[in-house]
Design a protein around this ligand. Structure first.
Ligand code: PLP
Length: 457
């Protein structure tokens, strides 16, 4: 038997990993050729890999470690909960204290009357719940033909069949016969890439009105819901023009459809408020949550649901839906402790009034780099378009994403995790970053941009 430990050499670990571990969103040939980077531990905003490098994590893992790494309190809560009640389910009229406590806390934190929660293990399966829930809602209201969910191109809503169908990622739809029926997509409010000669505000309005056109085309009687991320994350941190969300809200109010805000990334402080819906003044009927809910310390997600939808669901017999690990007690206890830390240490306020504004100032200055086009941030998420021509906002002629990939590799070499989406560099660091961390991050980012520029100019 092979005994795998963190004392092994990197090459041995990477070889075993490549031999036995199928990775998400990873090119298998590259994995075999280069091996995976092995992360051993993390503290605060810093990861340590098996080569002893200390790497600044400007992505908070996958947009999730909002409170930063290494909080002992969460380990203690997890150990206590495992001793007391490691597992029980919430099916068949049963509950437990962590589920009750977390649901109650979420109702207190959530905006409007999102007073109810259906728990999942992450964002994808929470969005699957949403598909089933909105269809069940309309069926219970005597409108079973309201089935279609409208989403957007280049949206990301997860990797399950339902989540990836709701998403608008062309590369994902090409694999496995997606989208599933009754999910359709309209254009995204991505002015920088698609706005051409229009002003951002004109373009935002035009893209929002595609929703109204789609509802008219399908017939209001067929449409169940519209789903969108307040700010597209995996699509490249697409901050919509200011005209976009008010018009979407008007259209949703004017027509009989439910609005689902997918706040898997934008929830729990990421935009400088507890929820992106508050930052952008959106009033959803349902909100998808995950990631920052537990700061990634345990897999947990869910759907926050408004009073009206919950009443209809509760008043119409059994909703034949649920996951073995819905409201898992250990995950729920960890999430509750994470929310306590976010709240008591005023981490959301820190993101909104200290770290976010500081990042905004420093990030915007990156636009002066010869490779950079748009450089924007909102709260603690930011995007930087790389372009050969600032004026025309042109894309690089090379294969989609090559420049971004080079830049990401330079970042790794400079001990910085930044992600690339095509030729865009994006970040979503832990919310606890101090201005001094942001200075280090920007300094490494500039060095990586300079090195990328040397390779392509
Ligand atoms: N929705 C959004 C907006 C996301 O960004 C993600 C993941 O990145 C998901 C859903 C899927 O969440 P999970 O990976 O937890 O299933």
């Amino acid at each position: 038997m092979v005994y795998v430990s963190n004392q092994m050499r990197t090459e041995e670990l990477a070889a075993l990993d490549a031999a036995h571990h199928l990775h998400p969103f990873t090119n298998g040939d590259e994995l075999n050729a280069k091996g995976a980077r092995v992360i051993l531990r993390a503290k605060g905003v810093t990861l340590t890999d098996s080569e002893g490098n200390d790497i600044l994590d400007a992505m908070a893992g996958l947009w999730c470690v909002n409170i930063g790494y290494g909080r002992e309190e969460l380990a203690e809560v997890a150990a206590r909960q495992i001793r007391e009640l490691p597992y029980y389910n919430t099916f068949f009229q049963t509950t437990h204290v962590p589920a009750i406590a977390l649901a109650t806390k979420l109702a207190e934190l959530a905006p409007g009357d999102l007073n109810h929660v259906f728990f999942a293990m992450g964002g994808s399966d929470a969005n699957d719940t949403n598909i089933r829930m909105v269809r069940r809602y309309w069926a219970a209201k005597g409108k079973p033909e309201k089935q279609v969910i409208i989403s957007r191109k280049n949206a990301y809503h997860g990797s399950t069949m339902g989540g990836a169908s709701l998403g608008g990622m062309a590369a994902m739809h090409k694999q496995g016969g997606l989208p599933i029926p009754n999910i359709v997509h309209i254009g995204q409010p991505h002015w920088y890439a698609e706005g051409g000669e229009m002003s951002p505000e004109e373009f935002g309005l035009m893209r929002a009105r595609e929703l109204e056109e789609k509802i008219a085309e399908l017939g209001e009687g067929k449409v169940a819901a519209f789903i969108a991320e307040p700010i597209q994350g995996a699509g490249g941190v697409v901050i919509p023009p200011e005209s976009y969300w008010p018009e979407i809200q008007r259209i949703c109010d004017a027509h009989e459809i439910l609005l689902i805000a997918d706040e898997v990334i934008t929830g729990f402080g990421r935009t400088g408020n507890w929820f992106g819906s508050q930052t952008l003044n959106i009033r959803p009927h349902i909100m998808t949550i995950a990631k920052g809910l537990s700061s990634g310390y345990a897999p947990i997600g869910g759907s926050l649901v408004c009073d009206e939808v919950a009443e209809v669901l509760n008043g119409s017999g059994e909703f034949a839906h649920g996951y073995t690990y819905s409201a898992h007690p250990v995950a729920a206890a960890i999430a509750l402790e994470n929310l306590r830390i976010l709240e008591e240490e005023k981490i959301v306020e820190h993101a909104g009034t200290v770290a976010g504004p500081y990042l905004a100032e420093k990030w915007a200055a990156l636009a002066d780099h010869p490779l950079a086009g748009e450089a924007r941030s909102i709260g603690m998420m930011a995007t930087l378009a790389l372009t050969p021509d600032k004026a025309s906002r042109a894309a690089f002629a090379s294969d989609e994403g090559t420049i971004g990939l080079i830049c990401r590799e330079r970042c790794f070499a400079n001990n910085l995790v930044m992600r690339h989406v095509g030729d865009r560099m994006i970040i979503a660091p832990p919310l606890i970053m101090q201005p001094s961390d942001i200075d280090v991050m920007i300094e490494r980012a500039v060095r990586s941009l300079d090195e990328t520029y040397d390779k392509v100019k």
